[in-house]
Design a protein around this ligand. Structure first.
Ligand code: NIG
Ligand code: FE
Length: 420
């Protein structure tokens, strides 16, 4: 069969290929992946079938039916993978921004009935149609930034009906536009007012009344382990039950305190441990060892920025300790109302000590691993979905440099150019 799409004369083709295939990139492998100068990517239907330098292009496969996109000597790379978002919610929290600026802390706003609980009220009050319109709007924003796969957590319903609605809306939104949506159940976000003071009862309710309805629907179950949310012991008991029901595991942990949630979840075989601002390099090294490099630390550099925290995850030390690292925005109405994963990439370099090459691996292949999509996306390799970005810059070093800019010129998802 002839190529249906050819992207050619790519000045720097960031393949993200060449590392181990049985685990996320870790240590030196986070920067040792292959860059091809003056390269091409060829696709058939929705899949990549060949990648290489221009002089190796098989011209026999290029026919009158091949759509050709010129790289014009600029950077071409895989679509970004956004591996941690709270995509579906009602309202916003602009009204709390002022409180934050006056010095009120995130957990104090939550304890006063605001924060996550304020979004829960707005989400419960919204219709399914309103939630879908909002989610579609956010996904359009993500596509604009070249994000071609998006994880979407529930977690602003905190009752059976609303949580299932959020999962349904994320699924519908995924089917109504081009970017892939991968769903995670975060019913264990905080204790809802109906269960106030009875965290264990709420988790038992989720495990027995809600999780069974999500088997085969959401691949991941997540929990927020933090003061004011769930303790390590509560989270452990809940994650164990989720695992027994066949779910893969994620955790929000060590965001504001070092409670030990990351290590607990890693011991249970969590696919990812997210936030990690208070995770120590020593614990990171133990996690890398006990999971044999299978668990990804998802770092969220825009969250400490937006919450006015001094402390950022020591990403440099995590990588040096052998822990695979991914980067995400954590898009949500409370701790990061930004979908700009490029900005997160730059802040990871500036405040967490990642190199540009490591940060690029962290928003592509390692992010795909963090949501179980490593066979589908995250690198430009034959057999993967043709999710490809053409950027405005001529070399990868400029990507983190143009702080806050969107370097994306063209987005291709599944071999098709996306309108933006
Ligand atoms: O990942 N930390 C907990 N959950 C979200 C924030 C949710 C919110 O504030 O609405 C997070 O930061
Ligand atoms: Fe989050």
């Amino acid at each position: 069969m002839a190529y249906t799409l050819l992207v050619r004369h790519c000045g720097q083709l960031l393949t993200l290929a060449g590392g181990p295939t049985d685990r996320p990139l870790a240590g030196a492998a986070m920067s040792n992946w292959r860059i091809i100068t003056d390269g091409y990517v060829a696709c058939e239907e929705g899949q990549i079938v060949a990648v290489g330098p221009m002089q190796e292009l098989d011209v026999k496969q290029v026919t009158a039916g091949t759509a050709i996109i010129e790289g014009h000597g600029r950077v071409v790379m895989p679509g970004l993978v956004e591996c941690h978002t709270h995509l579906v919610f009602g309202g916003n929290r602009a009204h709390e921004f002022q409180r934050k600026l006056q010095g009120e802390a995130y957990l104090d706003i939550l304890a006063s009935g605001g924060g996550i609980l304020s979004t829960v009220r707005a989400t419960r009050a919204a219709s399914e149609e309103e939630l879908l319109v909002n989610a579609m709007h956010q996904l359009a924003g993500f596509r604009h930034y070249g994000i071609t796969t998006v994880e979407a957590k529930s977690g602003y319903g905190l009752d059976r009906e609303t949580e299932l609605r959020l999962v349904r809306v994320a699924g519908t939104a995924g089917h109504c536009q081009e970017a892939r949506v991968v769903r995670t159940f975060l019913g264990a976000h905080v204790v809802p007012p109906e269960f106030k003071g009875r965290a264990a009862d709420y988790l038992e309710f989720l495990a027995t009344e809600v999780l069974p309805a999500l088997r085969g629907v959401t691949e991941f179950v997540d929990v927020f382990c933090e003061e004011g949310a769930f303790s390590v012991e509560e989270a452990r008991a809940y994650l164990k039950k989720a695992k027994e029901q066949g779910f893969r595991l994620k955790i929000h942990a060590e965001q504001l305190h070092d409670l030990g949630g990351c290590e607990m979840a890693a011991e249970l075989g969590a696919t990812s441990i997210d936030h990690c601002d208070y995770l120590t390099p020593e614990a990171a090294a133990r996690i890398a060892q006990c999971t044999q490099g299978q668990t990804v630390a998802v770092l969220l550099p825009l969250v400490p920025l937006f919450l006015r925290q001094e402390r950022y995850a020591p990403g440099r030390q995590f990588i040096d300790a052998g822990l695979p690292v991914a980067i995400s925005t954590d898009f949500n109405p409370g701790s990061c109302p930004s979908k700009n994963l490029w900005l997160a990439l730059s802040v990871a370099c500036l405040k967490m000590g990642l190199t540009p090459l490591e940060a690029l691996a962290a928003v592509t292949l390692n992010a795909a691993w963090a949501i179980g999509q490593e066979q589908e996306c995250g690198s430009l390799e034959p057999g993967k979905r043709a999710d490809i970005l053409l950027l405005d810059v001529p070399m990868y070093e400029e990507i983190p440099y143009w702080l806050g800019e969107n370097p994306v010129r063209e987005v291709i998802i599944g071999g098709v150019r996306v309108e933006r």
